[in-house]
Write a protein that binds this ligand. Sequence first.
Ligand code: SF4
Ligand code: MG
Length: 324
Amino acid sequence: MLLEVRDLHVEFHTRDGVARAVNGVSYGVDAGETLAVLGESGSGKSVTAQAIMGILDIPPGRITGGEVVFQGRDLLKLREDERRRIRGAEMAMIFQDALSSLNPVLTVGDQLAEMFTVHRGMSRKEARARAIELMDRVRIPAARERVKQYPHQFSGGMRQRIMIAMALALEPALIIADEPTTALDVTVQAQVMELLAELQREYHMGLILITHDLGVVADVADRIAVMYAGRIVESAPVHDIYKAPAHPYTRGLLDSIPRLDQKGQELYAIRGLPPNLMNIPPGCAFHPRCPLARDVCRTDEPPLYEVSPTRGSACHFWRECLDD
Ligand code: SF4
Ligand code: MG
């Protein structure tokens, strides 16, 4: 395994109490594999990613347990300077909002070139040439000209390509993309996702794709981990999930994907709201929203049951859900 997260716990200490954002998450991704992490906002998917990247150390966030094993080493045991080196060269992150991640007063060429001068010790001229190459690689037209432009002079889709180029620059072993296409139009979304998938294959990277939209990951993910209230509730190969979800929450997410043949119809949405992380419901955290809930669900927290050797579901009634 390239990366293995084991039993990770993260808390946020606030004036109103302790928010338990991540409650025992385990997942892994191999080189050349894409793991989609799915869930509504507040499910803990971004916080888990920030813990992996080591950008969570600022209070009030605190890792209270678990391991993040990357290339055989537990990152949580490393010194900050070691982590910083890994974060620069071995793993990179792509965020939803490129405009706030890029420096507005530097040309994109200078920002890309800086990766090579700082981390690879290249001359400015060499670095500039590599920057243009990279912009070509992420299919930004007229790269030689546009390298002199500022982030605000690019469209949202083009900016996201620049973010991908920045992430790829040092050829990391792992990329984490947090809602990389959420801010884009649907057609642009598909193009950017396709590009990301293509580069992931070409560079044989591990890719963790964080999204709330099951619709965008169907063609690119190998596995899916579904998160709810800071836990993994289902983990399975992507085809298994599309064929038949083994958790009522996954089913709800699947049913909320818009389909062409349902045009004009009201979309199914999961009733109710995600729980307050300062006050997670006892038993199965999903029980207040679950159409299959019964008494045991309100008292006994479901473990991640083994549905098959490659599949787990944290639902007492996963068999029923599969057969449904
Ligand atoms: Fe629903 Fe119960 Fe399964 Fe939780 S354990 S998902 S409440 S049926
Ligand atoms: Mg998020």
